[in-house]
Design a protein around this ligand. Structure first.
Ligand code: KG4
Ligand code: ZN
Length: 381
């Protein structure tokens, strides 16, 4: 079969990204323009600023991705774009651009669910590494700033189907990293700095009892209402537990000192925070990460065993976490389940995963209608 070159476009949150992928199996170019520096002073993404920045960035980012791939608007075969979920204004920029481009150059448009994209980041790299022998059933944990979801994924003919068997009832795991980092003045996004700092603290120092992570659903209808036991997560409790620890241990002054120390640093890196952290902060961060990772890994593996899965995929921004990586590898090996991660570059938001997820739809001729609109709350499975 002839090679198919798909241009992917992603703008669901605070990254404007474009990529060209060949036949769902080779990353030809991938450009990610991150707005982190712009949102950093606010300790989180400001939606209005994000949409405006996407508008500014989208044309140069797409041009660069095409240029690096040696392609033109006319020599690609299709355009894939994130339809949702994400920030409404941010999604609108990418989708409107992709629709207009597809119309102008008369190419098919393929709408992709961002969560499906994260799953295909792993599949793309596995194919790229000549691992075409994926064993089913597959369980995928998508763990990012907005999601902590597990899916059973199946391949039917050339297409994929997904069944959601668990999700977070409140905060996503990445959100907990970001909120704890904000509370402790460790920058935005919080994952990378906590990941680095946790290696310098004692993960046994602070005990976060499981009860603080677990959360009872107050809605009786949700309590094991489905025929199967759901694997649900909850990360707002641990965030509150960290806040309480900070208050009880009078850490406000130490946090204030860090805020002052970091002020002159223009683009702080995780290493920059180390010098501004005392032992108590490092221990707290290490203990927080250990508790969260243990919970994520235990629940995901319990679901994997329950569903007798043959392969586990872990993907999304938090999949870049080194402790999550090593804990999953060790504990999945005990269960005899191979676990696959994307590279760090494809863990966080990018457009290569969107172009890769679009390929089966291209083969199946599943193209988006010209009046398609974005969907901030789009579900998968
Ligand atoms: O997938 P992603 O780029 O965007 C969403 O779809 O949400 O994920 C971003 C999230 C942020 O919450 C960030 O703190 C987290 O991923 N993250 C990490 C790491 N790198 C990024 N969390 C833990 N450890 C990391 N190394
Ligand atoms: Zn994402």
């Amino acid at each position: 079969m002839a090679d198919t070159y798909i241009l992917g476009i992603e703008s669901s949150c605070d990254e404007t990204a474009a990529a060209v992928v060949r036949s769902g199996e080779e990353l030809i170019s991938s450009v990610v323009y991150s707005q982190i520096a712009m949102h950093h002073p606010y300790g989180g993404v400001v939606p209005e600023l994000a949409s405006r920045e996407h508008l500014r960035a989208i044309v140069p980012v797409v041009r660069k991705a095409l240029e690096e791939a040696g392609k033109t608007y006319r020599s690609i075969d299709a355009i894939a774009v994130t339809q949702g979920p994400g920030l409404a204004g941010s999604l609108l920029v990418g989708l409107s651009f992709a629709k207009a481009l597809a119309f102008a150059v008369d190419k098919p448009l393929i709408a992709v669910n961002h969560l499906e994209g994260h799953i295909h980041a792993v599949l793309l790299e596995e194919r790229q590494n000549a691992n075409n022998d994926l064993q089913f059933p597959v369980l995928a944990l998508v763990v990012s700033g907005g999601h902590t979801h597990i899916y059973l994924a199946e391949r039917r003919d050339s297409g994929w189907t997904y069944r959601n068997i668990g999700h977070t009832r409140d905060d996503a795991a990445g959100e907990a990293f970001d909120k704890v980092a904000k509370l402790l003045e460790l920058g935005y996004p919080g994952g990378p700095s906590i990941d680095f700092l946790a290696g310098h603290g004692n993960p046994q120092a602070v005990k976060f009892p499981f009860a603080q992570i677990k959360h009872r659903d107050r809605n009786p209808e949700n309590r094991h209402s489905s025929e199967e036991r759901r694997t649900d997560f909850s990360y707002s409790g641990i965030k509150t537990a960290v806040l309480r620890y900070v208050e009880v241990h009078n850490m406000a002054a130490s946090i204030q000192r860090r805020r002052e120390a970091m002020k002159p640093v223009a683009k702080p890196k995780p290493e920059d925070y180390l010098a501004a952290c005392d032992r108590q902060t490092l221990d707290l961060v290490a203990s927080f990460q250990r508790a969260l990772v243990d919970d994520l890994v235990s629940k995901t593996l319990a679901a994997a065993v329950e569903h007798d899965v043959a392969t586990l995929l872990v993907t999304g921004g938090v999949a870049a976490n080194s402790e999550l990586h090593s804990t999953f590898e060790a504990r999945a090996a005990e269960e005899g389940i191979p676990v696959l991660f994307p590279s760090r570059k494809l863990s966080t938001d990018n457009a290569a995963m969107i172009a890769a997820a679009a390929y089966p739809r291209y083969l199946a001729g599943e193209f988006a209608p010209t009046d398609i609109s974005s969907d901030a709350a789009l579900r998968l499975g």
